[in-house]
Ligand binder design. Structure first.
Ligand code: MSP
Length: 520
């Protein structure tokens, strides 16, 4: 059976419009999904929208429309952005869909059957922006304001159903400690562990339905209550696969793809994904996801993004960037500019700098030089390689190193390492051209075989580079490969295609059309 790969993004709230931060997680997930699909795995890539909760209700009320109308409007923006950015998700879940709502109720029923839920009273603080219950001491530490949005916390007092979260703390600690890869990067793992060790109270998992204007998923045991939005939202990772099976149609995906290989998320929602979600799954006696990877946050032009500051990178701004450069350049920049896991800053200068150095001068130049020389010296027909020596071996070793590291780097979401190996191969090949000086060899007829070896080596190296950059920049890399008369995906998996020597001598290549014209 094919090896599966299930990857998810957070489902995005529909109270506000999509921006660079959302695009970051989704692009990263898309790159992983494309890589593993190209490598022959059976991939399921899920994204979607989180449509319930008080903040959606409030945003809709402010606009004088219903929450459903708001959700229906904003979801179009998210789906449109994913189309703009060439996102290859297999499914898009909306938490207001019946397929999800019925399964969330089934999950709650199972928890009730297992005596994991009891009725109590909540009195305390709530962060409406983050949809999060805040302990008295954490609230006081932050002057009763949200640690994320800075907005005042709200005092809640109401009956609520609790999930026996405290009961699962020891098991959670043990799970995190014995599975080093579960929470990534490692610094986040330590953060979660130390907070867990300070003790955790039971979790309120319902809100009074009247307070949400009736918008939400009804608690199956009590129509006066709605399911707490985070329990509703986290369940999407399984309900989208048709689990629990409740008699309606499903395609067996629930058993096939779970446990997820990776939940990609932003650092602000780590606790929900590494404590609440696995505890619920443990309480249901279900396996937990293999990895939760929390990435950092983007600022824009050195400052926190805000609409009033004018530095908010909305769908429209992303479209402007993409029309100035390209969708692929935007995708590349987000993953190249910062180490995955760390915070980053988006600036037009940094984008232009990266573009010119990595893409125009580095990769683009290498492809142009190679194709130009094949065109000029061999009428565009790829020459065969003669005997190779130590110069060729250096390039081949860089290609082999990239090939040996690629899957592991992607498995651990190390885009930085993956791209470093690609950059090393580009650098090694550019140096190789400088050392072997093919334009000098071309002047000496007795060196024609040597010239062939050099150009074959360059063509193979650049083909392997383009192949590995394809998951990040699918359209541009496919165009580059076409100039080499090579079709992505036609020659087996990405790992197979990246084997040295796959290009057939005699292949007719094209005159280069620059993939990345220099910008000044
Ligand atoms: N609805 C919840 C997630 C539920 S998942 C079961 C939610 N939605 S959100 O729309 O507010 O945020 C979605 C993601 O966007 C989060 O992972 C968050 O970290 C990320 N980002 C929001 N602003 C961001 C930046 N400025 N930079 C990078 N990511 C950012 O939370």
């Amino acid at each position: 059976m094919d090896q599966t790969y299930y990857i998810t993004t957070p489902i995005y709230y529909v109270n506000d419009v999509p921006h660079i931060g959302h695009s970051y997680t989704t692009i990263a997930a898309d790159v992983l999904a494309r890589y593993f699909r190209a490598d022959g795995r059976d991939v399921r890539f899920l994204t979607g929208t989180d449509e319930h909760g008080i903040k959606i209700v409030k945003a809709a009320t402010e606009r004088g429309i219903s929450p459903r109308e708001l959700a229906d409007e904003v979801v179009v923006g998210f789906q449109g952005l994913w189309k703009d950015l060439n996102i290859s998700n297999d499914d898009f879940i909306r938490t207001s869909q019946a397929r999800h709502e019925r399964r969330v109720q089934a999950i709650i029923n199972r928890l009730i059957e297992r005596d994991e839920i009891y009725l109590g009273q909540y009195e305390g603080w709530y962060d409406e922006g983050q949809e999060e219950f805040i302990t008295e001491s954490a609230a006081a530490d932050n002057e009763f304001k949200s640690a994320v949005t800075g907005k005042p916390l709200v005092r809640y007092k109401e009956p609520t159903y609790y999930f026996r979260l405290s009961k699962w703390v020891d098991k959670l600690i043990e799970h995190v400690e014995s599975n080093r890869g579960f929470i990534q990067p490692q610094a986040r793992r330590n953060e979660v562990l130390s907070k867990l060790k300070m003790g955790v109270a039971d979790l309120s998992i319902s809100r009074l339905k009247e307070k949400l204007g009736g918008w939400g998923i009804e608690m199956p045991n009590d129509p006066a209550h709605s399911v707490y939005v985070w329990i509703d939202a986290l369940s999407n990772y399984r309900t989208a696969l048709g689990w629990p099976e409740i008699g309606d149609q499903h395609d067996g995906a629930g058993a096939k793809y779970w446990p997820a290989d990776v939940h990609l998320i932003g650092k602000d929602i780590l606790w929900f994904h590494t404590v609440y979600w696995p505890a619920i799954l443990m309480a249901l006696d279900e396996p937990v996801a293999k990895c939760v990877f929390a990435h950092g946050w983007w600022t824009s032009e050195g400052k926190k993004m805000s609409k009033t500051l004018g530095n908010f990178i909305s769908r429209e701004t992303i479209a402007e960037i993409c029309s100035e450069y390209s969708v692929d350049v935007y995708r590349y920049f987000l993953l190249r500019a910062v180490t995955f896991g760390a915070d980053g800053d988006f600036s037009h200068d940094a984008l232009q700098g990266r573009y010119n150095s990595d893409l125009a001068n580095g990769l683009g130049n290498l492809l142009n030089r190679t194709l130009n020389m094949i065109d000029r010296y061999f009428d565009g027909k790829l020459p065969a390689s003669g005997e190779i020596g130590s110069d060729e071996r250096i390039v081949q070793a860089a290609a082999a190193d990239l090939r040996a590291s690629a899957t592991g780097a992607m498995e651990s979401c190390c885009f930085g390492l993956y791209l470093d190996k690609i950059t090393e191969l580009i650098g090694a090949t550019n140096r190789y051209i400088d050392i072997t000086a093919p334009f000098k060899l071309a002047k000496d007829e007795s060196q024609v075989e040597r010239l062939g070896t050099v150009l074959y080596t360059c063509a193979e190296a650049v083909r392997i580079v383009l192949t590995y950059l394809w998951p990040l920049m699918p359209e541009t890399m496919a165009a580059g490969l076409e100039q080499l008369n090579w079709k992505m995906g036609a020659e087996g998996s990405i790992t197979e295609a990246a084997e040295w020597g796959r290009l057939t001598p005699g292949t007719q290549t094209r005159k280069p059309e620059p993939l990345f014209p220099r910008k000044s």
